[in-house]
Design a protein around this ligand. Structure first.
Ligand SMILES: *Cc1c(COP(=O)(O)O)cnc(C)c1O
Length: 338
C-alpha cells in the first residue's frame, strides 16, 4: 500500500467516473458542439450564479487566460507573494500578458483590503497601470487557509472604487466553501472571474473551469484558442467533471478531518516545530533536528508514505479522494514511532 500525500492531483478516476467518461456524448468543442462540455460549463456557471464558463486543460491555463483578458501589456497585477499565479505558472504573467506584478505579503497567503488599497499605483505616467487583483482561496502555500467573506467584500469594495478587475484562483475553492460553509453564488457575485480545478481534490484526471460573464467568456474562448487550449472531443474529460461536481464535493469534509487528525499527531513530535493551522485538506509543518525536510520525506518513504519537502524547512501532506481510513491509521502509527 502506497500512501501518496504529495498532492491532491495524484488521484485516479474510479470505476463510476470512468463509466461516466466512457458513456459521454461528445462533439467538436472548438465548434461549441460537445454536449458534455456544454453541459459541464452551464452546470458550473449555474452553481456560482455566473453567466458562462469555459473548460480548459489546466488551472494554469484558466488563470493565465483570466489575467490576459483583464489586463493590457504594461499593466500591474496585485497578488500575494506566495500565490500560484506568480510562483508556479512559469512566469506566465510576464510571458503571456506582458504585465508586471505587485507582490503583497499576506497572512498565510491571504491579503487584506488595506494592503490592496495601499498598493494601487497613482495615475502617473511613471507608474504601471494597476488593473487587476487576484486572490487565491484556499491558499496552497498558506497551508490550505481560507478567506473570510468579510475581507473578500472589503477587497471588492477597493476594486470597485478603483476600477480594478477581481479574479479568484479557486483551484481548491470547494474546500473553502465546505470548510467555511460559504455560498458559491456569493463568490460568483463578487468576482469578475473564478478559476476552479476539477483535477485537484475533486478527483478528475484533467480539467479546470473559468467562470465569468458572457463577454468575458467570449474573449476567453478566443484566448484559449491562441494559447493552444482549444480541444475537440474533450467531452470524455468533461463527463468526469460532471460526475465530480455531483459526487465528490460533500466528501471533502472527510479530507479535512483526516488532515486535522494527522496534524494533531505531528504536533506532539519534538522534531516538528510548527504546524500551520489546518483549515482544509493541506498540512504544512516545519521540521527540526534530527530531521530535515528531505530526510523526513525519505524516512516516510521507507514506510511507503509519500510527502513533499516544499521549502528548506517545511514538509507538506495533502489529503484527497484516494486516501483511505486504513492509510490514515497507518500514517499515524508511523508518525508515533518516529
Ligand atoms: C494546482 C493549482 C493551480 C493550477 O494548476 P494546474 O496544475 O495547472 O491545473 C492553480 N492555483 C493553485 C492555487 C493550485 O494549487
Amino acid at each position: 500500500m502506497i500512501i501518496d500525500f504529495r498532492s491532491d492531483t495524484v488521484t485516479k478516476p474510479g470505476k463510476e467516473m470512468l463509466k461516466a467518461m466512457a458513456e459521454a456524448p461528445v462533439g467538436d468543442d472548438v465548434f461549441n458542439e460537445d454536449p458534455s462540455i456544454n453541459s459541464l460549463e452551464s452546470k458550473a456557471a449555474e452553481m456560482f450564479g455566473m453567466e458562462a464558463a469555459i473548460f480548459c486543460p489546466s488551472g494554469t491555463m484558466t488563470n493565465q487566460i483570466a489575467i490576459k483578458c483583464h489586463t493590457q501589456p504594461g499593466d500591474e497585477v496585485i497578488c500575494d507573494t506566495s500565490s500560484h499565479i506568480y510562483q508556479y505558472e512559469g512566469g506566465g504573467i510576464a510571458f503571456n500578458s506582458a504585465a508586471s506584478v505587485k507582490l503583497l505579503t499576506g497572512h498565510r497567503g491571504r491579503i487584506t483590503a488595506k494592503q490592496v488599497a495601499d498598493s494601487i499605483n497613482a495615475d502617473d505616467v511613471h507608474k504601471a497601470h494597476t488593473s487587476l487583483v487576484c486572490l487565491e482561496n484556499t491558499s496552497n502555500r498558506g497551508g490550505g487557509s481560507c478567506y473570510d467573506m468579510d475581507e473578500i467584500l472589503n477587497i471588492k469594495q477597493v476594486c470597485k472604487e478603483n476600477d480594478l478587475k477581481f479574479h479568484l484562483d479557486g483551484a481548491r475553492l470547494f474546500n473553502a466553501l465546505i470548510a467555511k460553509k460559504q455560498d458559491a453564488k456569493q463568490y460568483g457575485k463578487e468576482f469578475d472571474s473564478i478559476s476552479i480545478c476539477l483535477s485537484k481534490s475533486l478527483g478528475c484526471p484533467v480539467g479546470s473551469l473559468l467562470l465569468g460573464d458572457k463577454n468575458f467568456i467570449k474573449k476567453a474562448r478566443r484566448i484559449r484558442k491562441a494559447f493552444g487550449g482549444g480541444m475537440r472531443q474533450a467531452g470524455y474529460l468533461a463527463a468526469a467533471g460532471i460526475y465530480a461536481l455531483d459526487h465528490n464535493i460533500d466528501r471533502l469534509t472527510t479530507d479535512h478531518e483526516w488532515a486535522l487528525v494527522i496534524a494533531e499527531n505531528l504536533i506532539k513530535k519534538d522534531f516538528v516545530t510548527e504546524v500551520m493551522p489546518v483549515e482544509t485538506n493541506i498540512i504544512i509543518f516545519s521540521v527540526n533536528e534530527p530531521y530535515t525536510p528531505s530526510s523526513l520525506v525519505a524516512r516516510f518513504k521507507e514506510d511507503n508514505i509519500l510527502s513533499y519537502a516544499i521549502s528548506p524547512t517545511q514538509v507538506r501532506l495533502v489529503m484527497h479522494l484516494d486516501i483511505s481510513p486504513a492509510m490514515v491509521d497507518k500514517t499515524i502509527e508511523v508518525i508515533n514511532k518516529l
